[in-house]
Structure formats: structure tokens, C-alpha cells
Design a protein. Structure first.
Ligand code: BT5
Length: 279
């Protein structure tokens, strides 16, 4: 069960207008993504619904969007706060040709596309916090949750889930996230067109995913590294079984975070939370 304080203030959220899906699809020039958008007023989680569709043979590129989620998910069973009509909760079904070991590259590709898309709307440069957070002004603006299903030696599908705070005033956020989260409206001062954000995001995801599939991770990695502001900084990495402290050096080809300890040894981290030390 989620901690109860995440639910506080949810009834007091200002409501916005429903998304106009036709407006999102008009003018989309994508190759793979967004030809079909499944739209809901409320879902448990767009990732869960996209998984159900993928299991029923939905095609690559189909998108699920919900105005709100009753069980929006982060990693490791964490909750994603998902009030109605102000944000974006979107999942895309992908059927990549990558081997399962390279599946984390999808998360990193998505972070690059997401940072590119959001940069078009706010006057600060979004930064990536390994592996899946997009920060603006040092606070969490968006998150990525990828979940994959494999069949033997190949990926059957990947559900790429993205949550973005758009017109969600920080004052309305539950106390549990208010200090560390932000929203696009905090930078623009006025409501941002959610349709424009979704269209731009689908377009950027289509481009970056196409590059990853056709040219490989070396086309995505330098752009990820350029937005990784903890590179060269001292970090603490909290994993389920231990904590390590060292200097963040970047990412490996499979998306693992490289952390150098005081003896010059470089350790690979495949899952965990990274926090800067001494800032
Ligand atoms: C993430 O997890 O950042 C991945 C979030 C992915 C959400 C999308 S929404 C569409 C799709 N469908 C889903 O069910 N999920 C995906 P993680 O790194 O574990 O971060 C979760 C933590 O972020 C929580 O424990 C809170 O501290 C914080 N948090 C929760 N809701 C937030 C919000 N709306 N804005 C900013 N921070 C939030």
C-alpha cells in the first residue's frame, strides 16, 4: 500500500480541460509511434493497460493515455501521483529488435527524447538524473518507467511509461513530493498546452527510438551524457542491498551507471537511486 500522505490534497487539484486527441494526432509525422492512441479518463496505470494490450497483440507504437491514474506506478513499487486533467500519463508499446540485455537502453533513449521535448516549452534546460528522472531547476519534472516482457532470447515488448507534471501547481502537490517535485507551469507562469507537449513528445520519442533501432546506442549515449549533470560529481548510490559512494563517470553501453571509488576502481550500477553528496 502507498504511504497515506501521498493521497493528501488530491481532491483539491484544479481541473483542466480534457485532452483533444485529434489535435495531438493532427500533423504527426512519425514512422512508428502514435498512429493509434487509446485514450481514457481514468485507468489504474497506463503501463498496466498497455501491457494488457501488448499481450493481446497490440502493435508497436500504440499509445495509451489517461487523464488520471488510480495506481500510477514508479519503480520498485513506488507510487506516481496522478491527478486528473493537469498532467500527462502516457505509455507506448514498443517491440524493439534489441537483445534483452540492452533493454535498459530504451529508458535512456526515452530520457533523452523527453528532455528534448520538454526543453521546447520551458526556459530552463532539463537535466537527466540516472536512470529515469528528468529534473528542472534541480526538481523532478518527469519520470520514466520501462517494463519489458521477454520470450527466450528476444524482447517480446517493452512498455515505455512517462509521467510529466505540466499544469500541476506545486502548491497542490502532496507534502510527500512537494519539496522535490516541480511542474512546467512553475517555469512558464501560465498553462502549457498539453496537446502540444504530447505531440512533441511522441515526435521526439519516434525520432530517438528510430535512431536507437537503426543506428544503435552510440547515437543516443552522447546526448544522454550531455544532459547528465552529475558526471564528475561525488554521488551516493543507494541499491537494495548496499550503498556505494564515488564519482559518477557516465554510462556503460548497456546503460549501467559507472561510479569510480577512491581507489580508482570503476563499479557498474544497474539499479539504484543516485543522490549527489555534499551539495
Ligand atoms: C519514476 O519512478 O519516476 C517513474 C514514474 C513513471 C510514471 C508514469 S505515468 C505513466 C506510466 N504509468 C504508470 O503507472 N507509470 C508511468 P521513481 O524513480 O521510482 O520515482 C517515484 C518517486 O517520485 C515517488 O516515490 C515520489 O517520491 C516521486 N513522485 C511521485 N509522483 C510524482 C510526481 N507526480 N511528480 C514528481 N515526483 C513524483
Amino acid at each position: 500500500m502507498p504511504p497515506p500522505d501521498l493521497d493528501k490534497k488530491e481532491e483539491t487539484k484544479p481541473a483542466g480541460l480534457p485532452l483533444r486527441i485529434h489535435q495531438i494526432q493532427d500533423g504527426l509525422t512519425t514512422h512508428r509511434l502514435g498512429k493509434k492512441i487509446h485514450y481514457f479518463t481514468e485507468l489504474d496505470s497506463t503501463n498496466s493497460h498497455a501491457r494488457r494490450l501488448a499481450e493481446q497483440r497490440a502493435q508497436e507504437g500504440e499509445v495509451v493515455i489517461a487523464e488520471s491514474q488510480t495506481h500510477g506506478r514508479g519503480r520498485l513499487g513506488r507510487r506516481w501521483v496522478s491527478p486528473p486533467y493537469v498532467n500527462l500519463y502516457l505509455s507506448v508499446i514498443l517491440r524493439p529488435t534489441l537483445p534483452p540485455i540492452d533493454a535498459p537502453q530504451i529508458t535512456l533513449m526515452a530520457a533523452v527524447a523527453l528532455a528534448d521535448a520538454l526543453a521546447a516549452f520551458i526556459p530552463v534546460l532539463p537535466a537527466i538524473k540516472w536512470p529515469n528522472d528528468i529534473l528542472a531547476g534541480g526538481k523532478k519534472l518527469a519520470g520514466v518507467l520501462t517494463e519489458s516482457a521477454c520470450h527466450g532470447e528476444r524482447i517480446d515488448f517493452v512498455i515505455l511509461g512517462i509521467g510529466v507534471n505540466i499544469n500541476y501547481p506545486v502548491e497542490s502537490m502532496p507534502d510527500a513530493i512537494q519539496k522535490r517535485a516541480t511542474s512546467m507551469i512553475s517555469f512558464t507562469g501560465t498553462n502549457v498546452s498539453r496537446e502540444s507537449v504530447v505531440r512533441r513528445l511522441i515526435q521526439d520519442l519516434d525520432r530517438c527510438y528510430g535512431e536507437l533501432e537503426e543506428m544503435g546506442f552510440q547515437t543516443v549515449a552522447p546526448r544522454w551524457e550531455a544532459r547528465f549533470e552529475l558526471r564528475g560529481k561525488k554521488v551516493r548510490v543507494e541499491m537494495t542491498d548496499r550503498i556505494i559512494i564515488g564519482t559518477a563517470r557516465g554510462i556503460d553501453r548497456d546503460g549501467a551507471l559507472l561510479v569510480e571509488n577512491g581507489r580508482g576502481e570503476v563499479q557498474r550500477v544497474v539499479a539504484g537511486d543516485v543522490v549527489p553528496v555534499g551539495d
